[in-house]
Design a protein around this ligand. Sequence first.
Ligand SMILES: Cc1ncc(COP(=O)(O)O)c(C=O)c1O
Length: 175
Amino acid sequence: MKSKLSIYLLSTVLLLSLKVNADPIYLDYQASTPVDPRVLEVMLPYFTKEFGNPHSTTHVYGNRAHEAIEQARAQVASVIGANPDEIIFTSGATEANNLAILGVSRALKEKGKTEIITVITEHKCVLEPIKALEKEGFKITILPVQKNGIINIADLKKALSSKTALVSVMTANTL
Ligand SMILES: Cc1ncc(COP(=O)(O)O)c(C=O)c1O
């Protein structure tokens, strides 16, 4: 009886320690993903041999890096049917969202578009620049979402006007 109890206790402790030490399942691919092996293979030379600054076009190292970036820009553009000069590489989503939201809104303000619509579930890197635009005179509407996380289209229609500069709605929220 005593040995049965100690085996039971030992296995419980083992199970608990396995549970504590095991990595949780990573479900945050919105934030970061592993690099595709094909991307890694193409990129490796640029981390080791071809390390020139693409803006230093007075020497061959810079020129080669510049050419590689322009080739990548053209490839990305062709995948989504854009012009290469419409593709801007950024350090991540915060920089990209700030650039797009502040850039588009300020450009359209000159044309009388002074209203912005977004949703309460947006990431803070969208909500923060929008709050900054409110201080610049933009009218902001933050729509609620339904229980399933999706906006009510009737709410969106009501918020839209001829002065709407931008509507920002996230596709998925990982939180
Ligand atoms: C939906 C979403 N948007 C934006 C960000 C910010 O991304 P970054 O760290 O690349 O600036 C994250 C990061 O977790 C995110 O999950």
